[in-house]
Design a protein around this ligand. Structure first.
Ligand code: ACO
Length: 325
C-alpha cells in the first residue's frame, strides 16, 4: 500500500471574548436580523490582547494531546495564516519555540487567506507521502479583528478570530487523506485583499492606505460558490465518488448562503453538510480545522467515513481535500 497521511489528533482554540450581533448594533448601522439572514452569523470570538501564536499554540497542544504525542515527536510544522503577529519570524517558528519542539525541523507559514488550512494540509501531506517526515503539525490561525475596519458594516460583521490544528501521521492503512486539490487565480486579487501595512522607506512616497481588509462581497460570493463547486467535482471525480458516498462535507465557514448553495448543488441534506458559522463567523484559516474538531467531537464523523473539506479565500485561492476517517 502507498504512503498516506492520517489525522490522529485535532484541536481548537478560540478567544474567550464573545462579540454578538447585538454588540455590533451598537458599533455600526446594522441589525441582528440583517446579519443573521444574510450570513447566518450570530456571534464571533475576538481577541482582547491574545497573540496569534497563543491561539495557534493552544490548538496545537490540544491536537498533540489527542494524538498522544509530545511536541518533540513533531517533524514538520506548517501554519496557514495571513495575520501573523510578526512579518517574520513565521508563526510556525514561534509555535515550535513555544512548545519546545526539536531544533532543526522545518517550520513555515503558508499564506492563502481562507484557504490557508487546506493549503497547509496539502503541503504537509506531500511531505508525508514522499517519506520526508512521519509526523506533522498543521495549524490554521487568523486574527482578522486586527485587519478589519470596525467602522465598515459590510465587512466587520463577517469575521472572527481563532485557531484549529491537526496532527498528521504517516500510514499505510486505508484511512487518511485520499487526495488534495489546491488552486489559485491571482487575477482576482483586488476582489478581496488587505493593503500593505509596511512602513515607508525614505526612498518612496508615504502610502495612503490603511491596512484594512477590502472585499467586493457580491463578486466574491459568486466566485466562492463557483470555485468550491468545481473543486468538489474534481475531488469526487479523482476518487470516483458521488455525493451519496460522502458522509460529511466540511466547507469553509464564510456565509451560510454559500454553504447552502454548495449543499443544493450536491443535492445533500443539512445533516451531511457541517456548519458552526453562527458561533464563530468566518475565522479564515481556522474555520475548517475548528469545524473538523467540532464535527468529530459531536459524533458527526465515524471510523471509515469519507469526508470532504472545501475552502475558498482571497487570492483568489480555493481547494478541496478528501479523506477517509
Ligand atoms: N448591516 C446592514 N446592512 C448592510 C450591512 C450590514 N452589516 N452590510 C451591507 N449592508 C447593506 C448594503 O449597504 C446594501 O445596501 P443598499 O442596497 O442600500 O446598497 C445591502 O445591505 C446589500 O448589500 P450586499 O453587499 O448586496 O449584500 P449581500 O447580500 O451580497 O451580502 C456579504 C454581503 C454578506 C458580504 C456577501 O456578499 C458575502 O458573504 N460575500 C462573500 C464573503 C466571502 O465568501 N469571503 C471569502 C472568504 S474571506 C477571505 O478569504 C479573507
Amino acid at each position: 500500500m502507498t504512503l498516506k497521511s492520517r489525522i490522529i489528533g485535532c484541536g481548537l482554540y478560540v478567544p474567550e471574548r464573545v462579540l454578538t450581533n447585538e454588540d455590533l448594533e451598537g458599533m455600526v448601522d446594522t441589525s441582528d436580523e440583517w446579519i443573521t439572514t444574510r450570513t447566518g452569523i450570530k456571534e464571533r470570538r475576538i481577541v482582547s490582547g491574545e497573540r496569534a501564536v497563543e491561539l495557534a499554540t493552544g490548538a496545537a497542544r490540544m491536537a498533540l494531546k489527542e494524538a498522544g504525542l509530545k511536541p518533540k515527536d513533531v517533524e514538520l510544522v506548517v501554519v496557514g495564516t495571513v495575520t501573523p503577529d510578526n512579518i517574520f519570524p513565521s508563526t510556525a517558528c514561534l509555535v515550535q519555540a513555544e512548545l519546545g519542539m526539536k531544533s532543526g525541523i522545518p517550520a513555515f507559514d503558508v499564506a492563502a487567506a481562507c484557504s490557508g488550512f487546506l493549503y497547509a494540509l496539502d503541503v504537509a501531506d506531500r511531505y508525508i507521502k514522499t517519506g520526508a517526515v512521519k509526523t506533522a503539525l498543521v495549524i490554521g490561525v487568523d486574527v482578522f479583528s486586527r485587519i478589519i475596519d470596525w467602522k465598515d458594516r459590510a465587512t466587520c460583521v463577517l469575521f472572527g478570530d481563532g485557531a484549529g490544528a491537526v496532527v498528521l501521521r504517516q500510514t499505510r492503512g486505508k484511512s487518511g487523506i485520499l487526495s488534495s486539490h489546491i488552486h489559485s487565480d491571482g487575477r482576482y486579487w483586488e476582489m478581496l485583499y488587505t493593503p500593505g501595512a509596511l512602513n515607508e522607506s525614505p526612498f518612496e512616497k508615504k502610502s495612503p492606505h490603511k491596512p484594512f481588509l477590502k472585499m467586493k462581497g457580491n463578486e466574491t460570493f459568486r466566485m466562492a460558490v463557483k470555485t468550491m463547486g468545481e473543486a468538489i467535482k474534481e475531488a469526487m471525480k479523482k476518487n470516483r465518488l458521488s455525493p451519496k458516498n460522502i458522509a460529511l462535507v466540511i466547507p469553509h465557514q464564510a456565509n451560510i448562503r454559500i454553504i447552502n448553495a454548495i449543499k443544493d448543488r450536491l443535492g445533500m441534506d443539512t445533516a451531511r453538510v457541517f456548519s458552526n458559522i453562527e458561533r464563530y463567523g468566518n475565522t479564515s484559516s481556522a474555520s475548517i480545522p475548528i469545524a473538523l474538531y467540532e464535527a468529530l467531537h459531536s459524533g458527526r464523523i465515524k471510523r471509515g467515513d469519507v469526508i470532504l473539506l472545501v475552502a475558498f479565500g482571497g487570492g483568489f485561492t480555493w481547494g478541496a481535500t478528501v479523506l477517509r476517517w
